[in-house]
Design a protein around this ligand. Structure first.
Ligand SMILES: Cc1cc2nc3c(=O)[nH]c(=O)nc-3n(C[C@H](O)[C@H](O)[C@H](O)COP(=O)(O)OP(=O)(O)OC[C@H]3O[C@@H](n4cnc5c(N)ncnc54)[C@H](O)[C@@H]3O)c2cc1C
Length: 370
């Protein structure tokens, strides 16, 4: 089977690329081995904060700003609403040491021109009554929002399908073979596919999809364990992030999503009581009601982590027509629109409006001197 562009991976990055290419008339085929959002995308908290607890690395800032408003605009073109909750976000400090870190985050946000304010404990609790009186300080960013991850993936996909894109499920890609700057074939368990261009957006699995290319793609899985609680009446619209790297948000139908930091344990998909209990305790210290909620569902997702926390976007050095779009780590939902747009520009215009040189895969080879 032949397509102009084959995209490997039906996660948020793959479908965002499909969406922007289809909008400009390119014929796209997505190959996905499971189902839409089967990887990290379906497990995501989908907090669309321009800046979070770890800030935004400089080269990613134009992407962060563009995606932040673009995703809201795209909602008009999607078949279903994204369940946008526009309450803003609070990054919360529970002790003096964390309050110092928060000051640095506040300063960085101000330098980036992000609308935000620094609140003391009392002001934080006034703004968000679910917070414990133990809270020391918070950075409030009113323009941040959070959305439903499945709706975002479905939105991109339905927009692409409507414009002629195709998706094939149950296709396990084993290799992408290239010769003389051309794609020779996409090898799958279910037979070979052919395309002028291939975009590999396999999330944490990307290195496994490319056994025969001669460059290392240093993306590793970063496990995130998450919990969905019972649904409650509307209690808050804020996304609440703590400097201990735990966070929560109440989703549109009332459940709380509880999430935690990144663990480097390979593709071990076990839910561990040690982590779950540690992070629910940490969350309950800041948001006491959490301790009284019933947990309905536990799951894990593997964030595609790169060594420098920047994504990998662009062609591989030996083949212009094989493009990588991966390594988005903790912020792939946030940066999906600008990534999809940039990849579509790279293929159609041969250049991107926002600079992507810092995201080239050969930056790692250069650093290690290979
Ligand atoms: C718990 C958790 C919370 C998160 N919270 C946020 C957040 O609040 N905000 C934010 O912006 N980001 C968040 N993220 C990060 C975000 O989810 C990821 O960065 C993003 O989903 C990465 O998308 P992707 O398309 O690159 O990868 P994935 O979603 O993993 O998609 C890759 C796809 O490729 C498919 N695939 C893999 N191998 C093959 C193969 N051989 N053949 C065919 N198909 C294949 C997989 O089945 C999968 O569907 C969170 C992640 C986790 C785990």
């Amino acid at each position: 089977m032949k397509a102009q562009v084959i995209i490997v991976g039906g996660g948020v990055i793959g479908v965002a690329c499909a969406y922007f290419l289809s909008r400009r008339g390119v014929q796209v085929l997505i190959l996905e081995r499971h189902h839409l959002g089967a990887g990290a995308s379906g497990a995501s908290a989908t907090m669309m904060n321009i800046s979070g607890t770890s800030g935004v690395p400089e080269p990613l800032r134009p992407f962060a700003f563009e995606s932040h408003h673009l995703i809201l605009e795209l909602e008009q073109d999607f078949e279903q609403p994204l369940e946008v909750i526009r309450g803003g976000s609070l990054i919360v400090a529970m002790n003096e040491q964390e309050a110092q870190i928060l000051k640095a985050i506040f300063k960085e946000n101000q330098q980036m021109g992000i609308d935000c304010s620094m609140l003391n404990g009392l002001e934080s609790c006034r703004l968000e009554p679910l917070l414990s009186p133990q809270v020391m300080a918070a950075v409030y960013s009113p323009l941040n929002y959070h959305i439903n991850p499945f709706r975002l993936c479905e939105g991109y996909l339905s927009g692409a399908l409507r414009r002629g894109a195709k998706i094939a499920y149950g296709i396990n890609v084993l290799d992408v073979q290239v010769k003389n700057d051309r794609i020779s074939r996409v090898v799958t368990k279910q037979g070979d596919y052919y395309a002028d261009w291939v975009i590999v957006a396999g999330g944490a699995y990307t290195p496994q999809i490319l056994p025969s290319i001669d460059i290392q793609v240093p993306v590793v899985p970063g496990r995130g364990q998450a919990i969905i609680t019972e649904a409650c009446p509307p209690l808050t619209t804020h996304a609440l992030e703590f400097l201990s790297h735990v966070y929560t948000r109440q989703v549109a139908n009332g459940n709380f999503y509880l999430g935690s930091h990144t663990e480097f344990v390979g593709f071990d998909n076990r839910i561990t009581l040690e982590k779950i209990s540690a992070y629910t305790r940490a969350l309950a210290r800041g948001v006491p009601i959490i301790a009284r909620l019933r947990a309905l569902r536990f799951f894990v997702g593997f964030r595609p982590m790169s060594p420098d926390n920047l994504p990998i976007i662009g062609s591989i050095p030996t083949c212009t027509r094989l493009i990588l779009a991966t390594g988005h780590g903790r912020t792939g939902m946030r940066h999906s629109a600008s990534t999809g747009k940039a990849v579509s520009e790279l293929i159609i215009d041969g250049e991107t409006r926002l600079p992507i040189a810092d995201f080239a895969v050969d930056r790692f080879a250069q650093k290690s001197g290979h």
